[in-house]
Design a protein around this ligand. Structure first.
Ligand code: CMC
Length: 391
């Protein structure tokens, strides 16, 4: 009964009010709390941008130091969680492990699941931001059969993650500042992106009053899909499959063919009908990282030429399909040494700050109510039950 607006995929429905992130898809503009992504990625740090997203303003030096200290104090996970990892197959996808482990945090932190209490919400948010690098690095270590590396709180957020991922107990791990800065920038570029599918999932899960750990686990599950965060893994796999510039036209033709489900991964966006500003920063960072690490990756040439050919093709021009954040990120991540299966886990790590900020904003809103979409029913009309022998 009743009339509803029918909007599959929510293409024209605003689900909430939010003061966090502004996107102008036509102009290719992305702002967090009013600050442009270009400036933040160039001049800020992931910790500072996280503070900004959570609190609404850039921190003073003292506020940033306090925030960083607080996050640092929460980097360890309960030792009991090690057992949970050991229950997974060694070849488990890191995102499969992340869904399970992050959801399981709600069983460990009963003192931060009362969502009506702003202090508990704050602690839960800090815990999630602080523990994601540890949890992601442990997923990687488990997959390659190396011992878990405990956090070293004398390092930066990103440096600590690098050490937990690539360090081994037998040797001292020295964080490469170029790699640290590039990865920190990648985290900033992924920190938030208004009401994308995973953030909407976190909000919808949270609207029922579910605890924050469960809500973020829901976000991770949604992010995994190849149309969303899974695209960074799929994009690099695609570039490897293309392999040589001569093969690009074949893939462009496939992407244009309506009878072929293939899409150019890392291309197109629901909101951007112009260049994704994050992709511009990412492309520049690829150049810097490859040259600083003295890596020559033929896949970067394939990516550059693929972009050039696609952007001069009528199909992509008319449909306004441009490279998105996922197109170039994989090239940097693989130059740093991450396997493709870790890419989406890194996206989840960075997006956690956006998820918890959006979740906090929603819970603090006095008008907050359970998210409960309606439907247009297309099934049969009421009919009598038929006994099994009479069907
Ligand atoms: N390659 C070829 N054709 C495409 C592509 C692509 N990557 N993306 C969209 N199109 C076509 C699509 O076939 C459709 O054509 P038509 O109008 O003739 O049916 C038209 O462009 C519009 O596409 P849509 O699927 O209706 O648009 P959407 O807003 O529902 O989907 C998208 C957006 C990002 C899911 C889509 O562009 C896509 O699948 N891209 C590849 C996956 C990807 O890179 N995802 C990462 C998104 S950015 C980061 C993130 O969110 O995690």
């Amino acid at each position: 009964t009743g009339l509803f607006t029918f909007d599959p995929g929510f293409k024209s429905t605003a689900s909430c009010e939010s003061g966090l992130t502004y996107i102008d898809g036509g102009e290719g503009i992305l702002l967090h709390r009013g600050y442009s992504i270009e400036e933040l990625s160039e001049r800020s740090s992931f910790m500072e941008t996280s503070y900004l997203l959570l609190n609404g303003e850039l921190p003073t030096k003292e506020e940033l130091d306090n925030f960083t200290y607080t996050i640092t104090r929460h980097t360890m996970v309960n030792e009991q969680l090690n057992q949970l990892y050991k229950g997974f197959r060694r070849d488990a996808h890191p995102m499969a492990i992340m869904c399970g482990v992050v959801g399981a945090l709600s069983a460990f932190y009963h003192d931060s699941t009362d969502i009506a209490d702003p202090d508990q919400r704050k602690i839960a948010s800090h815990r999630l931001i602080a523990k994601m690098p540890t949890i992601a690095a442990m997923a990687y270590k488990y997959s390659i059969g190396q011992p878990f590396v405990y956090p070293d709180n004398s390092l930066s957020y990103t440096g600590n993650f690098l050490r937990m991922t690539f360090g081994v107990p037998a040797e001292e791990y020295v964080v490469d500042p170029v790699v640290e800065q590039a990865l920190d920038r990648i985290f900033i570029l992924h920190a938030d992106h208004e009401q994308n599918a995973s953030t909407s999932t976190v909000r919808l899960a949270g609207s029922s009053g579910a605890n924050p750990f469960a809500c973020i686990a829901a976000g991770i599950a949604c992010l995994w899909g190849p149309a969303h965060g899974g695209a960074n893994e799929a994009a690099l796999n695609m570039l490897h499959e293309i392999g040589r510039p001569e093969r690009i036209p074949e893939y462009i033709e496939r992407a244009k063919d309506k009878n072929d489900p293939f899409r150019l991964m890392g291309f197109g966006h629901r909101v951007y009908k112009n260049y994704d500003p994050r992709a511009t920063v990412m492309r520049k960072t690829v150049r810097e990282v490859l040259s600083a690490l003295n890596v020559q990756d033929p896949v970067f040439d394939v990516a550059l030429q693929l972009e050039e050919m696609a952007l001069s093709d009528d199909y992509f021009v008319e449909k306004k399909l441009f490279p998105n954040v996922d197109f170039y990120s994989g090239i940097i991540l693989s130059a740093i040494g991450f396997p493709t299966t870790m890419f989406t886990a890194l996206f989840a790590l960075a997006r956690t700050v956006g998820w918890v900020s959006q979740w906090n904003e929603m819970i603090s809103d006095p008008a907050q109510t359970i998210g409960r979409p309606r439907q247009l029913y297309t099934g049969p009309a009421a009919r009598p039950f038929v006994e099994i022998g009479d069907r």
